[in-house]
Structure formats: structure tokens, C-alpha cells
Design a protein around this ligand. Structure first.
Ligand code: NAD
Ligand code: TYD
Length: 365
């Protein structure tokens, strides 16, 4: 959408201007696709710095939609954020931009402080300044993770909305801090905030540094499958489109000031999940049974590795009627099919070629 004719206003014919941060990443691109297609009167502005995790190829299928605009900006840069607010005058914010990988947070924690904490506070300040107390009908929705609650050690226990925060990695500490700032702005300045904390996501377009796409890519290219420690850590997996649907539901009907936990009641021990994926890959690639599993290699454990995450999504189910739409079997098959059909996407992100996409689409246009 051309910006010049509606500077500082909701564009003609649009009922909302929603600033989605991190929309070129994994979950953000699925969310933006859904919002752009399901809500033609919502103008969606995708603000993203295009870090290593941001890839405009994820947005290629909706890049020309009339209710979509891309804005390259870094949330650590307060002046750049203010310029985006002044230009697009968002009525709502859905904030996903973050450094998101635990292993990177162990290597470079300050990147996580800057983007996840400072970046979030910059965004809160910009919303406070530009909305200037006129909060009626506005929403600042902060997307967070179940990792802020730390590690579950008692079998049969679950994270709920009242679980105390106990982050254990630099990533989860930075997300916990951002959650606290969002709630503090809600309390202190009455900013209309709402939050959700979701379990591990999987699906198409996830950067192949995370467990499931890494394993798929390594099986595809015959590389070892690095399982940390003994593979006994447990994660609760949700298909990414079901997370996007949950965000849409909470954005539309969630109560301001509240938090919603999102999860699919789908716990897997890492080693069991990797074996399951190996069997599926054997079938998809016409390999002899057991061939992919031969690539499994146990490697040194992650420092401070959280043992188990598991979400109780009862509040979201009861109050907003949300349920996952796909089973794990269906979601995993869709995911594997997507990666096998999109070898060029994988090659582009592993080689770094995807970085030229922005220049091709936006700089030289
Ligand atoms: P991702 O790493 O795939 O994408 C992050 C996006 O944010 C990228 O497009 C990147 O370019 C952008 N970004 C990073 N730093 C930025 C900055 N300084 N300014 C502007 N943009 C920046 O992440 P994801 O997995 O899609 O996660 C999105 C959000 O959801 C994060 O807030 C994450 O904490 C949360 N979350 C993720 C999961 C999961 O399993 N992936 C689960 C629960 C919650
Ligand atoms: P990951 O996808 O990085 O998500 P998170 O750490 O946020 O849960 O990892 C999921 C689980 O898989 C986690 O317990 C770490 C483990 N893991 C491996 O065993 N090997 C790997 O190569 C990766 C990336 C993760």
C-alpha cells in the first residue's frame, strides 16, 4: 500500500492500522498472512529490522496485498520507531519482534537485552507518546513465551496464568523482563496491554536453527542429528498457524490487562520426537526404515537446559473457545512436506542468499 496519500491517518476505507513487529520472522509471517487475508479492512504494517531471522521471502505471497505495508525499522532505535508511528499512526500493536533462540542467548546475551528488553520499552514509549492518553479502542498486545516460567520438574504439573516467573536462560530472562515492563506500563500509565505466553511452535518457515527444521534439513542433507544431552528434555509443541489463530482470538476478544497461555497439550521428549521425525522422513524420502535414525548423535548438553515445559490452556479454551485445528500428526506432516517442497528456501537461508531479497524488492524498486 502506498503511504504518501494517508500520512498520519488510518487509510481511507480501513477500520484499523495494526503495527505488527517481527512480521518477517517465523510466527510473525504466519500471523500477518492470516490478518491480511481474514481482515481486509485492517491495514497491517509489518515492522521488522530483517535480522538473520527476518526473511521477506516469508512474506512474498502477501507482499502486494492492498492492506499490507512493510516498514524496515529496528525496535532498538527509538527515533526510527517514532518515525514509523508518525507515518502510520497505528491504532493497535502486536509485538513479536525478538531475538528468539536460546543457544544464541547463551553466546550473546546482550543482543537479547537490547532487542527484547530495550526494544520493547522503546515500543511501549512510542505507543504511550503517540496515543497520548487516547487509549479507547486501542491495544498493545505483547507476544511472549512459556519459557519465562522456567523448568517444570514435577510430572503432571503445568504452567498456568498464575505460575510465578522463574526464567533460567538469558533468552527467557529477557522475555520475562519485557513481560514485566508491558504489565508495568499497563498499571502505571494505563496503557491498554494484553499478553500471551505460548509453548514451542513448529511449522513452515521456521529458521533451521530450531529443533524441528534443523532435524528435517539435516536428514535431507545427510548430516548428523545433534541431540543435546540424553534427549530427555520435554517440550509442548503447537502448530504455528494455531498460534496465529490464538493471537487473532485474543486480540479480538481477550480482556485488556490479562494474560492468556497458549498450548496444544502435546508434550514430547526430544529423543522420542526426533525418532518420530526420522520415521516420517524415511517414509517421505523413500529411505529404508531406520536410515534417518542412524544420523542421531548425542552431543554436549545445552548449559542450564530447562527440563520440561507444559502449558495448561484451559483459560483460553474456556473463555475464548480456542482449540488447535490440527493434530500433531497432521501438523508435522504439513511441516515436513513444506520443507521438502521448499528446498530452495532452506538453501537460501542456510547460504545467506535470502539477505539480498529486501534489496531486490524494496531498495532498487
Ligand atoms: P523469529 O526469530 O523467527 O523472528 C523474529 C523476527 O523479529 C525476525 O523477523 C527479526 O528480523 C525480527 N527482529 C529481531 N530483532 C529485531 C529488532 N531489533 N527490531 C525489529 N525487528 C527485529 O522468532 P519467532 O519464533 O517467530 O518468535 C516470534 C515471537 O514469538 C518472539 O517474541 C518469541 O519470543 C515468541 N515466541 C516464540 C515461540 C517459538 O516457539 N518460536 C514460542 C512462544 C513465543
Ligand atoms: P529449540 O527448538 O531451540 O527451542 P527451545 O530451546 O526454545 O525449547 O529446542 C527445542 C529442544 O530441543 C530443546 O530441549 C533443545 C533441544 N535441541 C536439541 O536437542 N538439538 C538441537 O540441535 C536443538 C536446536 C535443540
Amino acid at each position: 500500500m502506498q503511504a504518501d496519500t494517508w500520512q498520519g491517518q488510518v487509510p481511507f476505507g480501513m477500520s484499523k492500522s495494526i503495527l505488527v513487529t517481527g512480521g518477517a520472522g517465523f510466527i510473525g509471517s504466519h500471523l500477518v498472512r492470516r490478518l491480511v487475508s481474514q481482515h481486509p479492512t485492517w491495514h497491517i504494517i509489518n515492522l521488522d529490522a530483517l535480522t538473520y531471522a527476518g526473511n521477506l521471502e516469508n512474506c512474498a505471497d502477501f507482499a502486494q496485498a492492498p492492506n499490507y505495508t512493510f516498514a524496515k525499522a529496528d525496535i532498538t532505535d527509538a527515533a526510527a520507531l517514532e518515525a514509523v508511528f508518525a507515518q502510520y499512526n497505528p491504532t493497535d500493536i502486536i509485538h513479536l519482534a525478538a531475538e528468539s533462540h536460546v543457544d544464541r542467548s547463551i553466546e550473546a546475551p546482550m543482543d537479547f537485552v537490547l532487542t527484547n528488553v530495550v526494544g520493547t520499552v522503546n515500543l511501549l514509549n512510542a505507543a504511550r507518546k503517540y496515543w497520548a492518553g487516547a487509549f479507547e479502542g486501542k491495544r498493545f498486545y505483547h507476544v511472549s513465551t512459556d519459557e519465562v516460567f522456567g523448568s517444570l520438574h514435577q510430572p503432571g504439573t503445568f504452567f498456568t496464568e498464575t505460575t510465578a516467573y522463574d526464567p533460567q536462560s538469558p533468552y527467557s530472562a529477557s522475555k520475562a523482563s519485557s513481560d514485566h515492563f508491558v504489565r508495568a506500563y499497563g498499571n502505571t500509565y494505563k496503557l491498554p496491554v494484553i499478553l500471551s505466553n505460548c509453548s514451542n511452535n513448529y511449522g513452515p518457515n521456521q529458521f533451521p536453527e530450531k529443533l524441528i527444521p534443523l532435524m528435517i534439513n539435516n536428514i535431507r542433507t545427510g548430516k548428523p542429528l545433534p541431540v543435546y544431552g540424553e534427549g530427555i528434555n520435554v517440550r509442548d509443541w503447537l502448530y504455528v498457524e494455531d498460534h496465529a489463530i490464538a493471537i487473532e482470538r485474543i486480540f479480538l476478544d481477550g480482556n485488556l490487562g490479562e494474560t492468556y497461555l497458549i498450548g496444544g497439550l502435546n508434550e514430547w521428549k526430544n529423543i522420542d520426537l526426533v525418532h518420530h521425525l526420522c520415521q516420517l522422513m524415511d517414509r517421505k524420502l523413500n529411505l529404508t526404515e531406520g536410515q534417518s535414525a542412524k544420523l542421531i548423535t548425542f552431543v554436549k548438553d545445552r548449559a542450564g537446559h530447562d527440563l520440561r515445559y507444559a502449558i495448561d490452556p484451559a483459560k483460553l479454551q474456556r473463555e475464548l473457545g480456542w482449540q488447535p485445528t490440527v493434530t500433531f500428526e497432521q501438523g508435522l506432516e504439513k511441516t515436513v512436506d513444506w520443507y521438502l517442497a521448499n528446498g530452495p528456501w532452506l538453501e537460501s537461508v542456510t547460504s545467506g542468499a535470502y539477505r539480498a531479497y529486501y534489496d531486490k524488492q524494496y531498495q532498487t524498486a
